[in-house]
Design a protein around this ligand. Sequence first.
Ligand code: SF4
Length: 479
Amino acid sequence: MHQQQLSTPAARTTPLAFHSKVEFDAEVIQRLSKNGPRYTSYPTADRFDDSFTYRDYLHAVASVRTRGARPLSLYLHIPFCDTVCYYCACNKIVTKNREKAATYLGYLNREITMQAGLFAGMNEVEQLHFGGGTPTYLSDEQMGELMAHLRRNFKFAPDEVGEYSIEVDPRTVSTERVHSLRRQGFNRISLGVQDFDLDVQKAVNRVQPEAETRAIIEAARDAGFRSVSVDLIYGLPKQSLESMAVTIEKVIDASPDRISIYHYAHLPHVFKPQRRIPEADMPSSNEKLAMLALCIERLTDAGYVYIGMDHFAKPDDDLAVAQRQGRLHRNFQGYSTHADTDLISCGVSAIGAVGATYSQNAKTLEAYYEALDNNELPVVRGIALGMDDLLRRTVIQKLMCQFELSVSAIELAFPIAFGQYFAAELAVLRHLERDGLVSIEGDWISVTMRGRLLIRNVCMVFDRYLAAPTAMPRYSRTV
Ligand code: SF4
């Protein structure tokens, strides 16, 4: 069983006003913001468990084969970093010992070969993403060999069709390396910037001179990358409204195609590196909200479209176009323009989505290597989705990506009467409607301009697992 595509029988002739400004209402945000998932998947990864094994993954691939092939997405996880950024909450390995990467690549190649064997005959790739860690921890030569291995094992769509992206730490690459990445087949690049302010950079142990970052952005344009993306974080130590104003102006001046602005969740009891950040250096929640308001105002004034969940894009960027055309999708790498794919993920802790399943690899190098030494894929946990999961996933995807959903389209795709099935959820939505976050009108449930910053709150209404009386897992705040 796989996720069904929604038809849009009652589709609007004009999309919602995507060029209108997202509305920042400090009072509503302060009152309603709470901890919640980011919905890069539904059910969220904390619902996976180890009753799902490597053999379930094999069954999922077999069911894909029965159903008929669709294009693939590949995710490659490179976990290594040279130094630690104090705000980091990622699954990474900080080491200067490059031998470790060489060993890792040997195992990664084995995993790629095994996955390619499983998908033989249905191995057309339309999307590739390298994440980490720091993918550019690998040398130019190592990356070239890895890409060649992938090309030997999978059939990649031509450059103008495929979306091939890599996360780059500007501190680890030269302008020549950026050109090399383009030649190796990447056509989208995402740069971790976080903040241009030197005091903030020092406070998080990530000093990267502005001129160098600007040079990398320029090199990416010269090299012909189709989309250049910049990641920022608000709420970091030593950040202030003034410093953020300077940073955001510099980013706008650099004119990337996409900008992501993530909220820093300070959880030192959970993430060890964060213990090196003195509490006294942290901005207050009011200051953080003011920073967010400022970023939204400046970016929308500069012509960027709010895509949703921290992401902004120029109106002619593929993400904004896909959203206008109702093709936007959300997966573990955030928003994507290729919806109808199975996701094969390789590398330690990587999460895949094949057929109606999610699966995750072992989180430690030892366990990852051991499984591959036993000629088994290193899948250690996951979940097989039932009809209710698939239905709710579709609803949440529509809300996250399009900010609206057609009730009749859902009823066409799933055997339910929406009003009955979601009676309790609709009652909660009515409360959000009174706060001006959503509108429920005729066939449509729409998230208003005021509700868009709180989109996670709206999606949480449809999350069946949150209703279970277990402790709230470690989610970040919705705004
Ligand atoms: S933030 Fe990125 S570069 Fe920094 S330690 Fe974490 S994974 Fe590595």
